[in-house]
Each structure stands twice: as C-alpha cells, then as structure tokens.
Design a protein around this ligand. Structure first.
Ligand code: G3D
Ligand code: MG
Length: 223
C-alpha cells in the first residue's frame, strides 16, 4: 500500500495518483467507482466496497497512469470523515445528486474544507450524478457550473446507472493531475537550479537511519 500512498512519486514511465470520492451519503459515490472499475451497477444498497481503495491503470497519451481510487465506507453518513481520508490526495471527486439540493450544499462544504486543509494542491472535479433522473432535477446546471468555475473545479454530469459521463469524469481529472504534476516538476527543477543545489550531497549518519517496522519507508531518527 505504501507505493500507492506515495502518490507524488513520478518517473518517466508511470505516474501514481491518489483520488478520493467525497459527498453526502447516497449520492452515488460507490456506484460511480463500481461502474468505472468493474462496469457494474447495483440497485441494492451498497454500504461499502471490499477494499478501502481500488486500483485502475490507464494509458493517457502514451503515459502510464496508476490511480488509487478511495471510496468511503459510509462514514460521511455519521459526519465522521476526517482529514486522514483525503490526506496526500492528488485529486478529489466531489459528488452530488442532481435531484438533491442539500447534497450540492454539502459539496460546497467539502470544497471549503479541502481548500482550507490542502490549499490549491488538490485537483477538483465536481460531479452531478443521477442524470437519468433529469425530470426530478433540483440543482440548476447554471448554478453548478458557475460555482465550479469560481472554485477552479471542473464540472461533470454522470449517471452511474446508465453509465454516462464516467470515463470523461476520470479522464478530465487525470489530465489536470498530470498537468499539475508536470508543472510542479518543472518548478522544482527551476528552484533546484536557482539554489545551486544540483551537486550538493546530503550525508546521513548510518546510525541515524532506521527502518520503521512493518514499513518499507526509511526514516531518520533524531536521538
Ligand atoms: P454513496 O456511496 O454515495 O452512499 P451509493 O451512494 O453508490 O451507495 O448509491 C446510493 C443509491 O443511489 C443507491 O440506491 C444507488 O443504486 C443509487 N444510484 C447511484 N447512482 C445512481 C444513478 O446514476 N442513477 C440513479 N437513478 N440511482 C443511482 P439504493 O436504492 O440502493 O439506495
Ligand atoms: Mg458508498
């Protein structure tokens, strides 16, 4: 799981991104993930996925992209979804139900929380789900699109039931995550060159390096 958590790692051949789904209970988050990863839809209530995340491999313009897509286990229904869930995410899909105005308000709360906790680090897509129920729509398309533009998010419409808009939703998110990651890499190179650190070597005393038990990550101890 560590390689998936280490989502900011990039190399020439593949990129890994962590994506979280957020939104009120029953808007269709789990259904979107199931449709995207397994092309399935269930009319029966799906309380949770088997795993906390599912993997999806993509090839975008010749680049290999590994997505770790995190779905909640329903904690949002008890207002018990903390920062640990979306920490280190590259992208978030904020889902609302087009027939439920409250669920759109909830998306606004999530945007506020993500901006407060992560700044502009995270790429946002807002998804209006259940477009097969267009006749019962209560969230105005114009309002949703204007709001999304205002907060720098892409807006998409989906129906997990009818399998509409879901490929585009994930593809749009991948494009902006790749763009952001490329920009970050370019900025890192520029700042490294400016600081003249390209040839500096950090020497770490062997005794100060410890392998954390049960993990493949090395960490430096301070005493
Ligand atoms: P959640 O993970 O956000 O809590 P779920 O939402 O994926 O569990 O879906 C909640 C309910 O909405 C489910 O119905 C599911 O079948 C339904 N649903 C999900 N996506 C769509 C969609 O695109 N269109 C329609 N019409 N229904 C959808 P139940 O009846 O089990 O509560
Ligand atoms: Mg769910």
């Amino acid at each position: 799981m560590d390689d998936l958590n280490d989502t900011r790692s990039t190399n020439r051949t593949s990129q890994s991104f962590k994506v979280v789904l957020l939104g009120e209970g029953c808007v269709g988050k789990t259904s979107l993930v199931l449709r995207y990863t397994e092309d399935k839809f269930s009319n029966n209530h799906i309380s949770t996925l088997q795993a906390s995340f599912v993997k999806k491999k993509l090839n975008i313009n010749g680049r290999r992209v590994n997505l770790a897509i995190w779905d909640t286990a329903g904690q949002e229904r008890f207002h018990a979804l903390g920062p640990i869930y979306y920490r280190m995410s590259n992208g978030a899909i904020l889902v609302y139900d087009i027939t439920d105005e409250d669920s759109f308000q909830k998306v606004k709360n999530w945007v506020k929380e993500l901006k407060k906790m992560l700044g502009n680090e995270i790429c946002l897509v807002i998804a209006g789900n259940k477009t097969d129920l267009e006749k019962d729509r209560t969230v105005s398309i114009e309002d949703a699109e204007n709001y999304s533009r205002l907060v720098g998010a892409i807006h998409c419409h989906t129906s997990a039931k009818m399998n509409l808009g879901i490929e585009d939703l994930f593809l749009n998110l991948c494009h902006i995550m790749i763009e952001k990651s490329d920009k970050q890499t370019a900025e890192d190179v520029v700042s490294l060159n400016r600081s003249g650190n390209t040839r500096r070597t950090v020497i770490v005393d062997d005794e100060d390096v410890t392998l954390v038990e049960g993990s493949s990550r090395w960490c430096c101890t301070s005493g």
